[in-house]
Design a protein around this ligand. Sequence first.
Ligand SMILES: Cc1ncc(COP(=O)(O)O)c(C=O)c1O
Ligand SMILES: N[C@@H](CCCC[NH3+])C(=O)O
Length: 437
Amino acid sequence: MKLQGTAKVNEAGHLTIGGCDAVELVQKHGSPLYVMDETFLREKCKAYYDAFSASGAGEVIYASKAFMNMAMCRVIEQEGLGLDVVSGGELYTARRAGFPMEKVYFHGNNKTDSELKQAIEYGIGHIVVDNHYEMDRLNALAEQAGTTVNVLLRITPGIECHTHEFIRTGQIDSKFGFPLPTGQAMEAVKAVVSCSNLKYDGLHCHIGSQIFELESFRFAAEVMMNFIEEIQKQTGAVTTVLNLGGGFGIRYTEADEPADINDYARTVLSTVQSEAEKRNLTVPRVVVEPGRSIAGPVGTTLYTVGSVKEIHGVRKYVAVDGGMNDNPRPALYGSRYEAMLANKATEANEEVVSITGKCCESGDMLIWDVSLPKVKSGDILAVSSTGAYNYTMSMNYNRIGRPAVVFVRDGQSAVVVERESYDDLIRNDRIPPYLQR
Ligand SMILES: Cc1ncc(COP(=O)(O)O)c(C=O)c1O
Ligand SMILES: N[C@@H](CCCC[NH3+])C(=O)O
């Protein structure tokens, strides 16, 4: 496993993150445990801020679907980033954390009326309109509330990029947005500019996630700038915001080679700038929505090894006290992760084993064929790059409670999400009167 951020190995031969010994973290907070390296997290935010926002040309809004809780909202706010939310729940969390609502963008392909009302009531910065049904509802709700809502339109530009099929969202056969190549996107712009209570600020597109080729982002920016010119010609509407979504890839294993955030910023900002000059357009403010590339590398999950089972001549299964419940990505997408034994960080790898979870499901595999030192029950396994789309996609299958989340920094650990207890698991259960004893 590659050590990232503040991760080191101490004299005891243990993995440390944020100056905290991983073995002691498990003793103190229990296992499994999501550990977020706060210093590294802030570095990621700063890198984005410096690359996009410092010049005034861009704006970075963190995609909270990757990893969200109230403490995370505080860090994002302190680092000067905005927030992308995609549900009433994410919006509520941001609000309860006191996040500035004018810096929030609300996404989603099927926002409910109550979510739209909530967004209007909170006075959020922008709603990214996905479809005509939403546009009509939002306009009516804004009118009822006696207000005007700033909107972007979500466009599907028709770009296919190299990533897993299920996380590719820019292609035209997609549930998201108004398709550009079919002419429906232009119809949507014409419709929105005639809505009395919606203010058209600009466009949004998101071409997918875990993307490494900067060329895909450059191409998306070019296609969108071409569309912006068409909009101006056909409607006279000026596009002041161009949100190019998230999607910047990260390193999970040595097979992944992410680009540099500064190169990413240069690519999109310079494309937008030069396309605007070429077409004689006002340069729109470029918004990006990174999720994975802010939270992903920052997280490590610690597990305790339980049963170690060797199927002679076939495979050695190392079972940990978590699994697909806290990280469904390997089961969903076939995602690969790296791991190490946090309590044997200086020992040489000796065997190839497969890491399985504790769920009643054969597909509950975390890592197939990983090299580790000799593994024993009681060892602490660390899996890296689990900060994004792990906690937020976790589940209670088999009535397994979600692990706690801690922020670590300068030798201190702070719980930011408590471990779910058995009582948490039955909190919403009700026994109706006819079943009462
Ligand atoms: C609209 C939108 N914005 C931003 C993101 C964040 O993407 P990523 O985590 O790949 O940066 C996503 C998720 O893919 C998304 O759907
Ligand atoms: N949840 C996905 C990415 C989808 C992002 C949301 N548009 C993942 O874990 O990789």
